[in-house]
Design a protein around this ligand. Sequence first.
Ligand SMILES: Nc1nc2c(ncn2[C@@H]2O[C@H](COP(=O)(O)OP(=O)(O)OP(=O)(O)O)[C@@H](O)[C@H]2O)c(=O)[nH]1
Ligand SMILES: [Mg+2]
Length: 446
Amino acid sequence: MFSTSDTIVAIATPPGRGGIGVIRISGPDAATIATRLIGRDHPLTPRYATFARRADDHVVVTLFEAPHSYTGEHVVEIAAHGSPVVLNGIVRAAIDAGARLAEPGEFTLRAFLNNKIDLVQAEAVADLVDAVTPLQARAAFDQLEGTLTQTIGEIERELFDVIAKLEASLDFPDEGYHFVAPKEARTSLAAIIGRIDALLAQAARGRLIREGAQVVIAGAPNVGKSSLFNALLNTNRAIVTAIPGTTRDLLTERADIGGLSLSLIDTAGVRETTDVVEREGVARSRNTLRVADLVIVMLDRSRRLSEEDRDVLSSTANQRRVIVLNKSDLPRADAVAHVSAPDAAVEISATTGAGIDRLIEAIAATLSASEPLRDQPQITNTRHIVLLERGRAAIDRAITALEAEVPEEFPLLDLQEAAHALQEITGKRTSDDLLHHIFARFCIGK
Ligand SMILES: Nc1nc2c(ncn2[C@@H]2O[C@H](COP(=O)(O)OP(=O)(O)OP(=O)(O)O)[C@@H](O)[C@H]2O)c(=O)[nH]1
Ligand SMILES: [Mg+2]
């Protein structure tokens, strides 16, 4: 399925014009193709930047000999002037000289197939390229450096230790001799579950960093939801009018707030209405509330608390939320002040911008209880979370089986399953389908 016997080529820099552009060639014939391209009759010196003239252009060619390259194969990088015409011309010439155009992610796939990196690291490469906030980039870089890989490896070794001892006991059934007492095996397995739980405990936050949080602005009509939406985005994306019921559909925009990448959602004001369109909008508001990672519950500080306000307050009572008292530029109506207890409320004015900074801090603080520690492995990827949970469940079953003192075969089956789940994370076990799925999201040239 995945061939590595041929030589691939692609432009590695972003499409369009740039100061310089880089073309990457990887595979057994990379060096000969490159020398042909620049009309050179003696071989390139590895790791030396060689200046050369090609057609009407100047290029710098560098050879990285296998296995000391990104892909683990012979790699040549050709830096040229960053014009699409020039770069495409070089790619064309490389293909004429025997290379094949690379598929998306194929360089990184080869690095994985040649054991330069594992699957976690390959996924981290894509995450790093896709990162839009510094936190995302840092989490991806940690995984690229192998912190998660290392932790998973340690857990795997501890698990194999228990498996080996149970298997040994199984091999000598007659003596009734245990290489590991069931109680001791259970203790070891409980410790492994503890390590998995520690990883999973960071998962919710890690996933927030990687995938961004859904933050929904909810409230009664006319409290200023769309005004806040616009203020947080620094645009006039949503229509704002003095007429209650202005917003009738969900508006979603990505926002970078407090270092976190968010999906910010403006909703229709919640109220009973006979208007068919508005009623659909209100139904959508309620639905989106349910999947929100955080709800900004907005009240109008200048009005007394209404039936609609109470409705929104009670329907979000069990969710992560920040209560906002808007229109702080207007005189305050008395009844609002004490409603929001016990939640702390942030006073803002969406029109003047007063208090928005504090609101952003409150949003970031509520979404992320604490800063991640440097060098702490971070689980950010749903695929990893699912596999860790599968492994954990299997170990749990093994512990129960050991408690029941059933023959070793049964807990062993569960432990094998747990081991397989861990191996799927790093890619020691994998399928073509999974690899296709993972590498399809890469760009060409990576
Ligand atoms: N004085 C003052 N007026 C505000 C403030 N925020 C919003 N408004 C006004 O309140 C009215 C409603 O604002 P919107 O942002 O459309 O309110 P909304 O909650 O989106 O309303 P619906 O979409 O109808 O649910 C507009 O006239 C805004 O100019 C504020 O902080 N101070
Ligand atoms: Mg609105």
